[in-house]
Structure formats: C-alpha cells, structure tokens
Design a protein around this ligand. Structure first.
Ligand code: PNS
Length: 161
C-alpha cells in the first residue's frame, strides 16, 4: 500500500490543487490531504471550513482522506504511515521555497521523501491568494475553483451572486 500526504493551507482549495490530487492518485494507492491548522498566514477560512470544502471537492475519489494537522509535517506523515509527501510545483518562483522545505523535512526525518508534480500549464498561474484577491475585487473566480467553493469565497466577501 503506497500512501502519501498532500499538505497545504488550501485557503481555499483550487482547481490546481484538485489537478495535483487527481494525478497523485495515479501514483499512490491512498492520499491523505493534510490541512495545516496553526497557520501564521491568517487564513480567510477556518481549518474546519477548509477541510469541509476539500471533502466536498474530493468526494468522487475513494482513496482520499482529508485531515487537519498541527505541528511538523514530517510528524503528520509518520502518524499517517506515509513515506511520501506530494507537493505541486508551479513555476521557478516556487522552487526555492519547495527545495528548502523538502530538504528541511528530509533532515528532520530522512525516511520521508518529497515528490513534486509540476502543475498543468492551464493552472500554472493559479494560487489561493489569486482567487481571494480576484474575489475581493468583485471578479469572476468560476475558472479557478469549484462552484461550491466559489459560493463560500463570495460569502466571506459578502458578494451577493
Ligand atoms: O499551501 P502552503 O501554505 O504552501 O503549505 C505549506 C505547508 C503546510 C506544506 C508548510 O507550511 C508545512 O509543512 N508546515 C508545517 C510545519 C513544518 O513542518 N515546518 C517544517 C518544514 S519547512
């Protein structure tokens, strides 16, 4: 049984994340999506809201579990009995941060490895921050996130459609 952890803030989940999830499932038998709880980034959504949006967005996949975690990612991977961490890589700007994070994680626990999936070109520009900024300015985010997520984002910004 090959099990991997796909960690992140998911504030909120985007089509880019969902693409990485779908493609990871071709490589691993089970994917545990880990939503970071104690985040310094001051998220728009509570961890419960982020988990719930991810559960709804991945309900068609039988080998996906969505959980929240606190503390170190490598500890969450060990607790989940996963030897692999999956991360999406969009552009060269992601690379340095991702490299440092994966190297830090492998020093903290050499038995956990990180695998990167390059984001599909159609989502290369997309991030949760972009989604929030466009929504805040009243723009259309239907090409970025599933419809139920779009409604939650607009609700947060009290947009009425
Ligand atoms: O979606 P994000 O915000 O890029 O995800 C970042 C995340 C959650 C993967 C990262 O912040 C993380 O793993 N945090 C847990 C704390 C940790 O393990 N830090 C040491 C590795 S740098």
């Amino acid at each position: 049984m090959r099990r991997a952890v796909y960690p992140g803030s998911f504030d909120p989940v985007t089509f880019g994340h969902l693409d990485v999830i779908e493609r990871s499932l071709k490589i691993v038998d089970e994917l545990i999506i880990g939503v970071l709880r104690n985040h310094t980034k001051n998220p728009l959504f509570s961890v419960e809201e982020r988990v719930s949006m991810l559960k709804e967005s991945t309900k068609q996949f039988s080998h996906v579990r969505v959980e929240s975690f606190d503390g170190l990612l490598v500890d969450f991977a060990v607790q989940s009995e996963a030897a692999v961490i999956v991360r999406g890589l969009r552009a060269i700007t992601d690379f340095e941060y991702e490299l440092l994070m994966s190297q830090t994680n492998s020093v903290l626990n050499p038995s956990v490895d990180t695998v990167f999936l390059t984001t599909r070109l159609q989502y290369a520009y997309l991030s949760s921050s972009t989604v929030k900024e466009v929504a805040l300015m009243g723009g259309d985010i239907s090409k970025f996130v599933p419809e139920h997520v779009m409604r939650h984002v607009y609700d947060k910004y009290e947009r009425k459609d």
